[in-house]
Design a protein around this ligand. Structure first.
Ligand code: ITT
Length: 181
């Protein structure tokens, strides 16, 4: 199964979960231009449609984001841009003095089966830390608190509870189901 992403962190995590389901995934590392959209679902669907015009075999992509409650869900679908511009330091600064630190990560997988596109999602709830902690993981992991550790401190344990894990589980279960029918 082909996974199209420019993000090595996403690919490595997906490969670990895939092993548990005896699914082999292949990495196509390209950075494609993301279409505009207000939701991850919309962006993932449009991206998969666009890529399906070029890639003529089944593949999946994943669009993910960090949603911060006190910022009304920002950066959400703009997470990639926000990470590249203000980064973790910028987010901590935005939340200086803010009591409500609730946030969640969401992952949306769009699977092109050669004909149609199917969507699978996963969410994990946590909080934004007051400082950057941990050196494992990628992206916003060092500021995302799950219980009392950041995802960047959890290392492989992140992969048991993450948004990506949940979305991939739904996707791989579906693949198993259709391969039997
Ligand atoms: P693609 O090529 O797959 O699009 P990307 O890095 O641009 O890779 P997204 O558009 O889905 O990915 O952007 C999601 C942003 O959120 C990006 O900056 C990631 O680093 C961050 N992110 C996504 N999942 C994460 C996770 O599990 N832990 C930390 N940060 C995450």
């Amino acid at each position: 199964m082909l996974f199209i992403t420019s993000n090595e962190g996403k690919f490595k995590e997906a490969r670990e979960v895939a092993k548990l389901f005896s699914v082999e995934i292949e990495w196509l590392k390209i950075e494609y231009e993301e279409p505009q959209g207000n939701t991850l679902e919309e962006i993932a669907t449009k991206s998969a449609e666009m890529l399906s015009r070029v890639i003529k075999r089944p593949f999946f992509i994943e669009d993910s984001g960090l949603f911060i409650e006190s910022l009304n869900g920002f950066p959400g679908p703009y997470s990639s841009y926000v990470f590249k511009t203000i980064g973790n330091k910028g987010i901590i600064k935005l939340l200086e003095g803010v009591q409500n630190r609730k946030a969640y990560f969401k992952a949306v997988i769009a699977f092109f089966d050669g004909k149609d596109i199917k969507i699978f999602d996963g969410i994990v709830y946590g909080e934004i830390a007051k400082e950057i902690r941990g050196d494992k993981g990628f992206g916003f992991d060092p500021i995302f608190l799950y219980a009392d550790r950041t995802f960047a401190e959890m290392g492989e344990e992140k992969n048991l509870v993450s948004h990506r894990r949940k979305a991939l589980e739904k996707f791989f279960s579906y693949l198993k189901l259709i391969s039997k029918s």
